[in-house]
Design a protein around this ligand. Structure first.
Ligand code: ATP
Ligand code: PRP
Length: 210
C-alpha cells in the first residue's frame, strides 16, 4: 500500500477533521489529538500526518510534500494554489462578510478595508466596481473600524458574536466557507486508489446540515 502524507490544520478545524477520519474507519491513536508533535506516523494505516498552520496547508500540498490536506475554503479562495479540491467536508462552517460601524457609508474616494484576506476583498470590491484601499492585518480585524484604521473589514463571521460584542454590523455577505479535502495533482494521479478510497470514506461521514 502506498504511504499517504496528510497535512492537517492545527486549531479549530483539527478536532472535527480528526473525528471524521475516525468515523471513516481510520485507526488513529488519541495521542494525535493531544500531542505537540508536528509529524506523526501511523504505520498501521500507512499514513503520516503533518500538523501545519491552517494558512500553510495548501503550501505543503501544492509542493507535494503532503499528498492531501484539509483546508478552509477561505484559505483556498485567498491563495488560489494549484491543488485539486476533492470534497466539501462541511465542517468549520462560517462565512466571509464585510462589516463596520453602524450607519457608515462607503462615500470616500477609496474606502479603507482591513482584512486578513486581501485577495478575496480586492476581488469582491473590484467585482462590484468599488475602488478600495486594502489594509492587511493578521487577526483581531474587528479592532480596525473601532479605532479608525479602516472604514470596513472583510472577515470570517460564524456566530456573529465578535461583531456584536464590538458594536459592528454586517454589510455584505461575500462567500460561504467550510473545510475542504485537497490533493496535490501529481499525488492524485500516482496514488489515485488510496486518495479516492479516503475521499469516499470521508464522504460517507459528511453531515449534510453541519
Ligand atoms: N469563527 C470561526 N468559526 C468557524 N470556522 C472558522 C472561524 N474562524 C475561522 N474558521 C475556519 O477555520 C480555519 C482556521 O481557523 P483558526 O482560527 O484555527 O486558524 P487561524 O485563524 O489561522 O489561527 P491562528 O493564526 O490563531 O493559528 C479558517 O481558515 C476558517 O476556514
Ligand atoms: O462570528 P464569531 O463566532 O464571533 O467568529 C468570528 C471571529 O472568529 C475569527 O477570529 P479568531 O477567533 O480566529 O481570531 P483572530 O481575530 O485572531 O483571527 C474571525 O476572524 C472573527 O473574529
Amino acid at each position: 500500500m502506498s504511504e499517504l502524507t496528510i497535512a492537517m490544520p492545527k486549531g479549530r478545524i483539527f478536532e472535527e477533521a480528526y473525528q471524521m477520519l475516525i468515523e471513516a474507519g481510520f485507526n488513529l491513536p488519541a495521542e494525535v489529538e493531544m500531542s505537540r508533535k508536528l509529524m506523526i506516523e501511523i504505520p498501521e494505516e500507512h499514513i503520516r500526518f503533518i500538523l501545519a498552520k491552517p494558512m500553510d496547508v495548501p503550501v505543503y500540498v501544492e509542493h507535494g510534500v503532503a499528498d492531501i490536506g484539509i483546508a478552509g475554503k477561505d484559505v483556498l479562495l485567498e491563495q488560489q494554489r494549484e491543488v485539486h479540491e476533492l470534497l466539501d467536508l462541511k465542517i468549520s462552517s462560517c462565512y466571509i462578510a464585510s462589516a463596520g460601524l453602524p450607519q457608515t457609508t462607503m462615500d470616500e474616494v477609496a474606502p479603507r478595508i482591513a482584512t486578513k484576506y486581501p485577495h478575496i476583498a480586492m476581488k469582491y470590491y473590484k467585482g462590484i466596481g468599488e475602488q478600495v484601499e486594502i489594509i492587511e492585518l493578521n487577526g483581531s480585524i474587528e479592532l480596525a473600524p473601532m479605532i479608525g484604521l479602516a472604514d470596513r473589514i472583510v472577515d470570517i463571521v460564524s456566530t456573529g458574536r465578535t461583531l456584536k460584542e464590538n458594536g459592528l454590523v454586517e454589510y455584505e455577505h461575500i462567500a460561504d466557507i467550510s473545510s475542504r479535502l485537497i490533493a496535490n495533482p501529481v499525488s492524485y494521479r500516482m496514488k489515485a486508489s488510496r486518495i479516492l478510497d479516503l475521499a469516499a470514506r470521508l464522504k460517507q461521514t459528511v453531515k449534510e446540515n453541519d
